[in-house]
Design a protein around this ligand. Sequence first.
Ligand code: AHM
Ligand code: MG
Length: 325
Amino acid sequence: MRRITLDEFIIANQNLTKNASGEFSGLLRHLGIASKIINRVVNKAGLLDILGVDGSVNSTGDDVQKLDTYANDLMIEYLKNSGICAGVASEENETFIDFTSNSKIRSSYVVVFDPLDGSSNIDVNISVGTIFGIYKRLSHEDRPLSQNDFCQRGNELVAAGYVLHGTSTMLVFTTGDSVNGFTYDRGIGEFCLSHPNMKIPPKGKYYSINQGYSNTFSPNINAYLNACASKNTALRYIGSMVADVHRTLYMGGVFLYPGTHSHPEGKLRILYECNPLSMIIEQAGGISINEKKQRILDLDVNQLHQKSSIIIGSKEDVEEVISFL
Ligand code: AHM
Ligand code: MG
């Protein structure tokens, strides 16, 4: 069966948009290319001298893996060379990078990303992912970028997506009207539309949380976990948010990363992890909130590396968690 490629899909959608400049479509295509190259290296990681930590810690105190650095440098290079991205903010960099200074680049878009999420799993050959979000810049195109161009609420995202480097490689993204999944066909080197218009089941059989931290969760979260145990609800937790949320999108259920003693506001970063995945889950019919029952996409973002607790997944499952909060 002939399947639509990512490029064909992007071009077809661009043609449907009146006055589309092609800038945004070009950005999505470049993200697709960068993802393929990251995928090639992730797949061969055991054969290259690229496993293990590189000896540094990132701005939020996590050990940086060699592959984190590789993927981060590659995303920055590709987005810069695309000529259609004004700048980026990455989970791995303390501050944002302005591509417009000392260059002719004039673009209306900025990109936020986590180049390799779940990277503590890399050495043991477990799925990892790349997460991205695209915003329209707020500052004038003739001015330098500022932090405000990146610190936008999730409800301002114009597109969000992730690449799951799993048993097969998938790129899932939304531009705000549907969620579409593309599987990488290595034979032709293209992402092909395999999961059009993805919808999350209204209820699932699984909950997903690092329950090993339960003695540091709030009593409300523990009450919910006890309710899951009393109903024999199945637990699934990979420790790669992209993989855990992708399974939740596909099978239904709920993923939680609540506040803990070591991370009272939660561990996951709003700009690079929570917002893009929340946009996807909401577009697929799910819900994403924090422990204060606030919609993730409505949270004010004041710092590039701001964190939040998150409860994300099927409508009925998240509503059940809410009943305990
Ligand atoms: P990373 O971006 O440094 O890889 O960290 C984020 C990851 C998520 O993918 C995952 O949900 C979480 O950290 C797992 O954390 P923990 O090991 O505390 O359960
Ligand atoms: Mg991450």
